[in-house]
Design a protein around this ligand. Structure first.
Ligand code: GLA
Length: 668
């Protein structure tokens, strides 16, 4: 172990500027009672910090930083730039966000700015610089939290100009741009850069190449905004790590890999709202992404909810049942989180999110939620040794299976030119991850450009646009002995969304040993029978074998006997293709077979079917985090020290429904 005792972080967003000062001492007393050691201050406090343009009021922040330092509570200090104050709207109307339909938005919520607008960027940098200089050496400061959940997209004149600049850099000439966007179609040929606009609302279908590039541009704008602020806070004290919190969303406006490259540590906000075990499956997914974005190293869970979460789509809030909080928190810790922070410490009596659950609820500390918070703080305090980074510099979880997470893939599926609207990238990736979770197999997210040699199996659930370089990377991986699985439509186009001629297996045609001649997307209620007795939906296609073998074939109808799942031996490896959307059980069976054939082992041989067992590496030790999500007691064999139960284990252990253990394994 290192000389400093490792500790897991515990706490949440703390907004003292919303409360009278009498509350502050009570807050700190309750924080200590709950084992809180880290709070995130100032996330949306711009109007408290800079009530008028250029005039700062930081007395309250000075006082609270000192109080927290005295209490031994570390601070993650945020730059408040996600929420410009009302004065900003009046002073800089050109910097307000414009929707695709041309409507300009004004303050009244949060995130009301165009991230490409110079006036916004300057105002944001100014306040960040002031905070950096004032607090960079404050004894409470542990980390910078730049902005909050980047994700704003804006159209309008300011954006048009910035978009043109970005396109000039990318393409150099108008000829190259016209070719990439195939602008001869529908008379879209551009003769001057000034003619190009961001793809605002237009008469009918927009140009998919233009839409895809606009999404890339918008993501780069957010990355640049982050980069500027990171430079400012780093300049003030390079020893303080910098993060920005990713919202793992149902929308997607930036590239997590690119943003991760700008910061020292990835953090995520995560709000699974499913009420059954699907909530736990989602928890595992978010944590696996966070760890992967952070290069396998420990990462910060910046926000989760203690209980009620807004589900805006459903128009209601959902509360977590007793015990869920601890169970889900251990899932994050198992997958490398440095602990758990929450949104938020105490919830405001008013404001837009007044019913979102905090650590200290409206009803006060005499509440089920606060009691669980105190207990969870005590639990994490006993698991401090897991916080140590692995001594060998390797990842916290050692997975041999990877799935491709790729922004271009997400964005391509969102352009309106697709053969079916049923091609959601997130749904496809989640279905794959879910199947692995039920099978008890750990997985990392990767890009095709990453070093794939660390993996035995690489899954490509949904990736329409594939560049030659990416196709070559996957081919090299298979030739060297890897196993790849691609799904329908993957590689059909190049990176500009231009269809690859000859076969809809396009970029992967040789690797897969198939020619996909024709696409038959299915209607929402349509299924297609398969000769293993299952059915597919969403997609079917005509496939000709060109070296591959058919594992499953379509049965009946005009595709009777056509290969649906294929396998192709290439070099020392194998490439599979799946030509329809398998039902969850069939997908799970297929992946179990693929993974077993590739020799991949579970973190524990008895994991799966809702018994989650994840091995975390820390120092020169390993830990098994065991959570039973099943309704029935589950038995597994464990050898080591049960950190929460304080006992040695060597043999079968029964874990009750909802039960969990953290076991320090003995050296093997
Ligand atoms: C996000 C934000 C928080 C809060 C929570 C809860 O993740 O970062 O400020 O709005 O969601 O809705």
């Amino acid at each position: 172990m290192t000389h400093e005792t490792p500790t897991l972080v515990y706490g949440g967003d703390y907004n003292p500027d919303q409360w009278p000062r009498e509350t502050w001492d009570e807050d700190i007393r309750l924080m200590r009672q709950a084992h809180v050691n880290r709070v995130t201050v100032g996330v949306f406090s711009w109007s408290s910090i800079e009530p008028r343009e250029g005039e700062y009021d930081v007395e309250w922040l000075d006082i609270i930083m000192d109080k927290l330092a005295d209490a031994g509570i570390g601070v993650v200090l945020a730059t408040p730039t996600a929420s410009p104050p009302p004065w900003f709207t009046l002073a800089h109307p050109e910097a307000l966000p414009v929707r695709a339909d041309g409507v300009r938005l004004v303050h009244g919520s949060r995130d009301t700015y165009n991230p490409a607008a110079p006036a916004y960027r300057e105002a944001a940098l100014r306040v960040a610089d002031m905070l950096a200089k004032r607090y960079a050496h404050h004894p409470a400061l542990r980390m910078w939290h730049v902005h909050n959940e980047y994700g704003t997209v804006s159209y309008g004149p300011v954006t048009d100009e910035a978009f043109r600049g970005w396109l000039r850099e990318r393409y150099g000439t108008l000829d190259a741009l016209n070719a990439a966007w195939w602008t001869a179609f529908w008379s879209q040929g551009y003769g001057a850069w000034e003619e190009i606009l961001a793809p605002q609302a237009t008469q009918y279908l927009p140009n998919p190449g233009q839409v895809l590039d606009f999404k890339r541009f918008s993501a780069d704008v957010l990355r640049d905004a982050l980069r500027e602020q990171v430079a400012v806070v780093r300049a003030a004290n390079p020893a303080i790590p910098v993060t920005t919190n990713f919202m793992l969303p149902t929308w997607h406006h930036y590239d997590e890999w690119d943003l991760a490259a700008e910061i020292d540590e990835v953090s995520i906000d995560h709000y699974p709202s499913a009420r059954d075990v699907e909530g736990e499956v989602h928890t595992a997914f978010g944590a696996d992404l966070a760890r992967s974005f952070n290069g396998g190293r420990p990462w910060t869970l910046m926000e989760q909810a203690t209980s009620t979460v807004y589900d805006y789509a459903a128009g209601r809030i959902y509360a977590k049942a007793p015990g869920v909080l601890e169970r889900q928190t251990l899932q994050y810790v198992a997958r490398g989180s440095t602990g758990s922070l929450f949104f938020q410490w105490r919830n405001g009596r008013g404001g837009a999110e007044l019913f979102h659950s905090p650590m200290v609820p409206h009803t006060g500390p005499d509440s089920r939620v606060f009691r669980e918070i105190v207990d969870l703080g005590a639990t994490l305090a006993r698991l401090g040794e897991l916080a140590e980074p692995p001594a060998d510099g390797g990842p916290v979880n050692r997975n041999r299976v990877a799935f491709v997470w790729d922004s271009t893939a997400w964005w391509s599926a969102e352009t309106r030119a697709m053969p079916t609207t049923d091609l959601s990238f997130l749904d496809a990736v989640r279905a794959t991850h879910r199947a692995l979770w039920w099978e008890g197999i750990g997985a990392d997210a990767v890009r095709l450009g990453d070093d794939l040699s660390r993996y035995d199996v690489v899954l490509v659930p949904s990736k329409l646009a594939v560049s030659d370089t990416e196709a070559a990377a996957l081919t090299r991986f298979v030739e060297a002995g890897g196993t790849a699985v691609t799904w329908y439509f993957a590689g059909s186009t190049d990176e500009h969304l231009r269809v690859r001629p000859g076969s809809f297996s396009g970029a992967f045609a040789d690797l897969l040993g198939i020619r996909v001649e024709e696409l038959f997307p299915l209607a929402p209620d349509e299924t297609v029978a398969l000769d293993d007795g299952t059915v597919g939906d969403c997609w079917s296609q005509t496939v000709h074998l060109r070296g591959a073998e058919a594992l499953v074939r379509f049965r009946g109808g005009h595709l009777d006997g056509v290969p649906a799942v294929t396998r192709h031996a290439v070099g020392d490896g194998v490439a599979y293709h799946v030509g329809t959307r398998l039902d969850p059980a069939a997908l799970r069976r297929l992946l179990a077979d693929v993974v077993a054939a590739a020799g991949v082992e579970r973190h524990h041989p008895q994991a799966g079917d809702g018994l989650e067992v994840v091995r975390r590496h820390a120092g020169d030790r390993t830990y098994l985090v065991v959570v039973n999500h099943d309704d029935a007691p589950r038995e597994l064999t464990l050898t080591g020290h049960d950190l929460l139960g304080g006992r040695d284990l060597d043999g079968p252990v029964t874990v009750p429904p909802g039960g969990h253990l953290v076991v320090r394994e003995v050296a093997r």
